[in-house]
Design a protein around this ligand. Structure first.
Ligand code: MG
Ligand code: MG
Ligand code: MG
Length: 309
């Protein structure tokens, strides 16, 4: 049976390209594997579409139910972000850069996680230390994943290892203008024209369990908050709709990657917890949090503390 390599739900570029890169790594080292993702190719986020097209990579195949399958997880280890019935799957490997989640296995597995900015950085190290040939197209995908996850090195999640990995991947791919590549991705990622507000909330969105309370956090990265000025009310209503689907709180991060901060929209049963977490005051729909770029490194840990998780 071929191992399905799959990233988290609502896959971002790292989840998509890491599934491709780790599936190729497994095949090159003697394990049959295929890249998968938890959505269909047509529903892929616009940034990842641009990345796959630019480097001529095929979209991973859709997997919705993991029951009875051999699976390898990349870019996550939380059950909440896994395909359905992950408990009935045989998890054979995890490669990640997030906090360790709540998957459990019945036998020992390959588990490799490092506190770096991107799974792509972890995978590049694995390719090198195992002397596995890295194809140029896959290197291109990994390069984009690191630029995306680290917001072109501006995120506090970015480490020296990520910067070194990008330098190597630029060499391998022959890409000369890192900033231009990032802006091309950002343009695709932040395009809001004609997209329903709720789809924008879910474009890059994760649910978390915070001390028994379900908290959803979405993020959109923008070159300027002006890009969403006309749709703020629609976005806020959509945040309220998502919250009404059985969540304690929903946060939507409107991240200005140029100003390096986030206008945080909040709908919550207990907004004071959110205000306390970020030492701010919600005025109307949102609060500006200077320096907030990363859901993983800044928002989730502060919220977990505030919720007492
Ligand atoms: Mg990810
Ligand atoms: Mg990642
Ligand atoms: Mg991300």
């Amino acid at each position: 049976m071929s191992v399905c390599v799959v990233g988290h739900s609502n896959p971002d570029t790292d989840s998509v390209t890491s599934a491709i890169a780790f599936a190729n790594f497994l095949k090159a080292t003697g394990t049959d594997a295929k890249a998968c993702m938890q959505i269909s190719a047509e529903n892929l986020n616009p940034e990842s579409k641009v990345v796959l097209e630019k480097f001529g990579l095929a979209a991973p195949e859709e997997i919705t139910d993991a029951a009875g399958k051999d699976v390898a997880l990349v870019d996550f280890s939380d059950i909440a972000q896994a395909p359905a019935n992950i408990g009935d799957a045989n998890i054979v490997a995890v490669v990640d850069h997030h906090k360790i989640g709540d998957v459990v296995t019945s036998s020992p597995i390959f588990f490799y996680a490092k506190p770096v900015g991107c799974t792509g950085t972890v995978l590049l190290e694995m390719y090198k230390s195992n002397n596995v040939d890295l194809p140029k197209d896959i290197a291109g995908g990994m390069l984009c994943a690191i630029l995306s996850d680290t917001v072109n090195f501006k995120s506090p999640t970015c480490t020296d290892a990520d910067k070194a990995a990008v330098a190597e991947l630029l060499q391998i791919t022959g890409v000369t203008d890192q900033d231009a590549l990032f802006m091309e991705m950002l343009k695709a990622k932040s395009s809001v024209a004609g997209v329903p507000a709720k789809d924008l909330i879910f474009r890059d969105y994760k649910d978390f369990d915070m001390n028994g309370k379900k908290v959803g956090i979405g993020q959109i990265e923008l070159a300027s908050l002006d890009q969403v000025a006309d749709i703020r009310d629609a976005l806020f209503n959509a945040v309220g709709e998502v919250k009404a689907e059985g969540r304690h709180s929903v946060l939507f991060m409107l991240t200005d990657v140029v100003k390096e901060g986030t206008d945080l929209m909040v709908v919550s049963d207990e907004p004071a917890i959110i205000e306390g977490a970020f030492s701010g005051k919600i005025e109307g729909q949102s609060m500006w949090v200077d320096g907030m770029m990363s859901r993983k490194k800044q928002v989730v840990p502060s919220l977990q503390d505030a919720f007492g998780a």
